[in-house]
Design a protein around this ligand. Structure first.
Ligand SMILES: [Zn+2]
Length: 115
């Protein structure tokens, strides 16, 4: 399962950040997940509960902020939402619009507790 390794890495980064700032626990992790990132939020939530066990992030809240994929047509500069990688411009019909966002898989914020 792809999401388990993603979440294991997220836990590693979150606990490392907590330790560096002198915190003892991670209380909340917020992720930004693009609709074309290939990661499934439900699977990520499930994986989170498993991978944070026994770490400083155990019991922490996981928030997933979805990022709707968007493209810009190079021909007419129209920006539009896109559901997959075949991006035909709805205004002028030019295919292959450039993806502006939607592949994010980032940590947006980490909340920690000092004691
Ligand atoms: Zn266009």
């Amino acid at each position: 399962m792809h999401e388990v390794s993603i979440m294991a890495e997220a836990v590693r980064m979150a606990t490392e950040a907590a330790r560096k700032s002198g915190a003892v626990r991670v209380t909340c992790l917020k992720l930004r997940v693009g609709t074309l990132s290939g990661a499934v939020p439900d699977a990520m939530r499930f994986a989170w509960d498993v991978v944070c066990q026994g770490t400083e992030a155990e019991g922490a809240r996981l928030e997933i902020e979805p990022v709707t994929a968007a493209c810009r047509c190079e021909a007419c500069r129209t920006e539009f939402d896109c559901a997959d990688f075949i991006n035909e411009c709805p205004r002028c019909g030019t295919p292959g619009a450039r993806l502006l966002r939607g592949r994010e898989l980032d940590i947006a914020s980490i909340e920690t507790q000092d004691h």
